[in-house]
Design a protein around this ligand. Structure first.
Ligand code: PEP
Ligand code: MN
Length: 286
């Protein structure tokens, strides 16, 4: 039993969906991705660019984050951009680059799938399917991802309550896929000084209510590079099982989310600090 998880089921003001409920699997689910386990004592760091832009960018970033201790590489090939005029991602070309870098480094890769029609294609290249915040309530997509048998990184909808979030995860589990990783990535509030309001209270809440691993995305959660280290440390202190962070070999030139991407040096420095926080809460960075 994990330190923060009390054995008495907590009462919340809504019925807990059956399959995601911690009661259905009190010891906690461990999601295995190649040799890496999410949801155990070890904390997993996922890092990489917001979007795959080129072979050079991806290789440089992947090699560096791996040296710093990241265990999984992130990188979007299909990007959900607010403006249709912004860079939309390299599509299948980006998926191929992710696979190539994965073979070279041994790092498993996570990338977003935005549409049911992309699941088959993305599954050929990715180790984890990411369902983004904007698609958390895309029920056909949740069902298809549930049928795919790949681990699914389900990000919290930017306007979703915890109840809605757990119900979305239940859709995936209902199809027989219990390899679901939850990710708090910030919600919309009245606050405008940060891109989103990172709801770190969601971490202990989700750890109480569900057996699924919970990770935090301080990059989208704040939208501010300088704030990412503080929130990453706080996430680990709050009991997160991992972090997903945007890192770029040249953030100023990034085609997407450069303002919230750590440089390679910033990432490796942060990793040394995160190791200390992990030890303080009786865990370790894998
Ligand atoms: C991302 O991780 O690339 C992303 C678009 O995040 P979110 O869905 O949380 O906005
Ligand atoms: Mn991004």
């Amino acid at each position: 039993m994990e330190a923060n998880v009390c054995s008495v089921p907590m009462k919340v003001g809504f019925p807990l969906p059956e399959k995601v409920s911690r009661e259905s699997w009190p010891g906690g689910t461990i999601v295995r991705v190649k040799e890496t386990e999410l949801g155990g004592k070890g904390i997993v760091v996922i890092a990489g660019p917001c979007a795959v832009e080129s072979r050079e960018q991806l290789f440089a970033t992947a090699r560096s984050v791996m040296a710093g201790g990241a265990k999984i590489l992130r990188g979007g090939a299909f990007k959900p951009r607010s403006s249709p005029y912004n860079f939309q991602g390299l599509g299948e070309e980006g998926l191929k680059l992710l696979r190539e870098v994965s073979s070279d480094t041994g790092l498993p890769v996570v990338t977003e799938v935005m549409d049911t029609r992309q699941i088959e294609l993305v599954s050929q290249y990715a180790d984890i399917l990411q369902i983004g915040s904007r698609n958390m309530q895309n029920y056909p997509l949740l069902k298809e991802a549930g049928m795919s048998r790949k681990p699914v990184l389900l990000k919290r909808g930017m306007m979703a309550t915890i109840e809605e979030y757990l119900l979305a995860a239940e859709y995936i589990l209902n199809q027989g896929n219990d390899k679901v990783i939850l990710c708090e990535r910030g919600i919309r509030t009245f606050e405008t000084s940060t891109r989103n309001t990172l709801d770190l209270s969601a971490v202990p809440m989700l750890k109480q209510l569900t057996h699924l691993p919970v990770i935090v995305d301080p990059s989208h959660g704040t939208g501010l590079r300088w704030m990412v280290p503080s929130m990453a440390k706080a996430a680990i202190a709050a009991g997160a099982d991992g972090l997903i962070m945007e890192v770029h070999n040249d953030p100023e030139q990034a085609l997407c989310d450069g303002q919230q991407s750590l440089s390679l040096d910033e990432f490796s420095l942060l990793m040394t600090e995160l190791r200390k926080i992990a030890i303080a809460v009786d865990r370790m960075i894998l």
